[in-house]
Ligand binder design. Structure first.
Ligand code: IPE
Ligand code: IPE
Ligand code: MG
Length: 240
């Protein structure tokens, strides 16, 4: 418990393959992925993890079939409707990052309402990444900075890493110590490009709908065995 990550980020992958394995439509996999979201959120809150960030829909996922995109959007709205009161009861704050203006209005409105309802909860922040991509976020930050410079509110020489991160959508959270990706793929797929600079990566072959509390504990225990050097040497770390 003494080396618990404060922030865990998850690329929830493998729903489609999970469904295909049982001869079902991809949507069936997404529906069953909601159970894993519930299990992992609960486990994180119970342990005392302060931030859980879930990659639910990427900018690139808009390129999937209209049928799948529609089904995912409907599933999102059903999940918000069904789960918000539980989040609230458990003192969890809901947060969203991504280009949410691109979401259908019924989802956008429901999300804003759920965010408002849970905004004072402080046990854990659950961030859903929707219509999100890391490059989009960084380009967006660059645009905001350029506008500030143009208005004379910011000097170019004051733009450094610390200044830059204020313009990212994650400006109110620490970087994730641990990134988990399910389904055996070992890539970032345009997830938190800036924030994952020094995160520990954990990959598992489990498909997302099969991922449960025990799998989360395995990932955390594995993380706890890592030596995080941040560019230094083992000797330097031990000297301290
Ligand atoms: C992850 O599962 C969920 C989303 C990207 C929305 P996938 O739908 O990518 O499942 P696979 O990778 O095709 O199995
Ligand atoms: C990444 O999964 C996005 C989400 C989990 C939401 P994808 O399944 O879209 O990623 P790629 O296409 O395999 O890299
Ligand atoms: Mg996938």
């Amino acid at each position: 418990m003494s080396r618990l990550p404060e922030h865990i980020a998850v690329i929830m992958d493998g729903n489609g393959r999970w469904a295909k394995k049982q001869g079902k439509m991809r949507v069936f996999g997404h529906q069953n992925g909601v159970g894993a979201v519930r299990a992992v959120s609960e486990a994180c809150a119970e342990l005392g993890v302060k931030y859980l960030t879930l990659y639910a829909f990427s900018t690139e996922n808009w390129n999937r079939s209209q049928m799948e995109v529609d089904a995912l959007m409907k599933l999102l709205s059903r999940t918000i409707a069904e789960e918000t009161s539980t989040l609230h009861k458990n003192n969890i704050r809901l947060n969203v990052i991504g280009d949410v203006q691109r979401l259908p209005k019924y989802n956008y409105d429901a999300l804003m309402k759920a965010i408002e309802e849970t905004k004072n909860n402080d046990r854990m922040t659950l961030t859903l990444c929707l219509s999100y991509s890391g490059r989009w976020e960084i380009a967006q930050a660059a645009r905001m900075i350029a506008e500030k410079v143009k208005r004379g509110e910011l000097q170019p020489e004051h733009i450094d890493e610390r200044c830059f991160l204020n313009f990212l959508q994650t400006n109110d959270m620490p970087d994730p110590e641990l990134l988990i990706r399910t389904s055996g793929e070992e890539r970032i797929s345009n997830f938190l490009l800036w924030q994952l600079a020094y995160s520990e990566f954990y990959f598992t072959d489990k498909l997302w709908p099969d991922f449960g509390k025990d799998d989360l504990y395995d990932a955390i225990i594995n993380y706890q065995s890592r030596e995080r050097r941040f560019g230094k040497t083992t000797e330097q770390l031990n000297d301290k």
